[in-house]
Design a protein around this ligand. Structure first.
Ligand SMILES: Nc1ncnc2c1ncn2[C@@H]1O[C@H](COP(=O)(O)OP(=O)(O)O)[C@@H](O)[C@H]1O
Ligand SMILES: [Mg+2]
Length: 223
């Protein structure tokens, strides 16, 4: 896709993190250098508190590193505001859904915010919900959904934009095995069309299903 001056081809060189350090009171990330390539699903594993969410946040431009660089096609991922570049989509651990909007609206707004006409955005949202087996929940207010259903709405919202960079933070933590398989299959589809896909997880079965594996421990890369 072409958004914000990038084209899909720009993802080819990968998302390059170089000597990333993040200090918030103490050092949460310590000299992390890693490249997330296009066309692959990379697992980012590590125990709780090891820095996975912090690293994804820096990789996607939500947080500014204390030192080091995060770049895609030579452009800094940090835009100066904490707003990610439009070619980045997140699936967040805390979902970030709007509770009083419907499932479909929560997905649709990701596209509307990028300039898609409402009717087209709604149609794409329906299709995205269907990818995760929740087409029947489109009209339901998010606050009435279960944790696993909310997580699948968050996945639909992350996937619907067809982003060059898809950063998923423990996207299967609330899901049963069947739905976990669905999400992993969809992540692979995104990589297959050339996207950079990174999945933070502490689930060995998810790591196993990914192409590449980067492991963190106490803010350092250990593999
Ligand atoms: N803004 C912050 N200020 C201080 N500590 C933080 C902040 N954000 C996260 N932490 C701490 O940093 C560590 C890494 O957190 P996080 O990146 O969320 O790890 P993970 O996602 O691997 O569980 C944890 O110990 C967490 O409590
Ligand atoms: Mg986390």
């Amino acid at each position: 896709m072409t958004l914000g001056g990038f084209s899909g081809r720009d993802a080819v060189g990968g998302l390059a993190l170089e000597s990333i350090t993040y200090v918030a009171g103490r050092t949460l990330l310590d000299d992390v250098s890693v490249t997330f390539p296009a066309g692959k699903v990379t697992a980012l594993s590590g125990p709780s508190g090891s820095g996975k969410t912090t690293l994804l946040s820096i990789a996607g431009g939500l947080l500014q590193a204390t030192s080091g660089t995060a770049e895609l096609a030579g452009q800094d991922m940090w835009t100066g505001s904490g707003d990610p570049r439009p070619e980045v989509a997140f699936i967040l651990q805390v979902y970030g859904l709007v509770p009083i909007l419907s499932a479909r609206e929560n997905v649709s707004i990701a596209l509307r915010a990028r300039g898609t006409a409402p009717a087209d955005a709604d149609e794409a949202a329906e299709a995205a919900l269907a990818r995760f087996g929740i087409a029947d929940l489109g009209e339901r207010q998010v606050e009435e959904l279960s944790g696993g259903q909310m997580q699948r709405v968050a996945c639909a919202r992350g996937f619907v934009v067809g982003a060059d960079v898809l950063l998923a933070d423990e996207p299967t933590s609330e899901l049963d095995e069947g739905n976990r398989g669905v999400v992993l299959g969809e992540l692979r589809e995104e990589a297959a069309r050339g996207a950079i896909v990174v999945v933070a997880t502490h689930d060995p079965a998810v790591v196993e299903a990914c192409d590449l594996h980067v492991a963190l421990d106490e803010g350092r890369v250990v593999r």
